[in-house]
Design a protein around this ligand. Structure first.
Ligand code: TYD
Length: 208
């Protein structure tokens, strides 16, 4: 049996990731592909703890280095746990993951350099490699207007200045990981149909 493909979606908040992922998932299921749809932070123990802290619902403020280490730990568990990424890929299932280590490079780089984050994620990088990483590239103003249109309260990471910094970190991380992670930059400021068309084409190319 051939190994499943590991497909990662990345982008700033408001890049349209969720919509694209759901459509790609439906498309793959409609053509009979087995798909495991997953996300980070995960809904497992470490991931749930992270969500609580990044929403400011922890009982104290965690240092950014601790947060970065928790994201790396959640990722290792995501890959290695029973029913996790590596088990699914080994069973021939295609895995679609909403965010992966590129998110850590983008969101956790700040008080300390990106090299520190890359180092923390070395363990995960030795275990799995994305067959395709789709980076949904969008202007901060477009992203923020999408977030506002959803009528949701802005999260910790969604202020304009912060999203701008995250975007620049993504660009830097893409420069470092482009080949290793098979990153393709997709212009996500276009209408949904055009984005889906391009992304489905990319996926068709890697799924036989
Ligand atoms: P969530 O609302 O669950 O998902 P999304 O914004 O992708 O729809 O938020 C997840 C948040 O976690 C998001 O703001 C990015 C952040 N994050 C990091 O800071 N580092 C990471 O390594 C990952 C995977 C996510």
């Amino acid at each position: 049996m051939s190994r499943g493909k590991f497909i990662v979606f990345e982008g700033i908040d408001g890049s349209g990731k969720t919509t694209v992922i759901n459509s790609v998932n439906s498309y793959l299921e409609s053509i009979g592909c087995s798909v495991f749809l997953t996300r980070e932070p995960t809904d497992n123990r470490v991931g749930s703890m992270i969500r609580k802290f990044i929403k400011g619902e922890g009982d104290y403020e965690l240092d950014e280095r601790v947060i970065a280490a928790l994201f790396a730990a959640d990722r290792l568990d995501h890959i290695l746990r029973p029913g996790g990424i590596n088990e699914k890929l080994g069973a021939g299932v295609n895995v679609i993951c909403d965010r992966f280590w590129l998110s850590s490079c983008a969101y956790q780089t700040g008080a300390f350099p990106m090299e520190y984050i890359l180092e923390l994620n070395k363990g995960a990088m030795e275990l799995v490699q994305p067959d395709l990483t789709v980076y949904l590239s969008v202007d901060v103003s477009v992203a923020l207007s999408r977030v506002d249109a959803r009528g949701e309260e802005r999260e910790h990471y969604e202020s304009r200045e912060r999203l701008g910094k995250i975007s620049r970190n993504y660009e830097k991380a893409i420069g470092i990981r482009k080949e290793a992670d098979n990153i393709v930059i997709v212009d996500a400021s276009r209408d949904e149909a055009a984005i889906l068309d391009e992304v489905s084409g990319l996926i068709k190319n890697i799924i036989s």
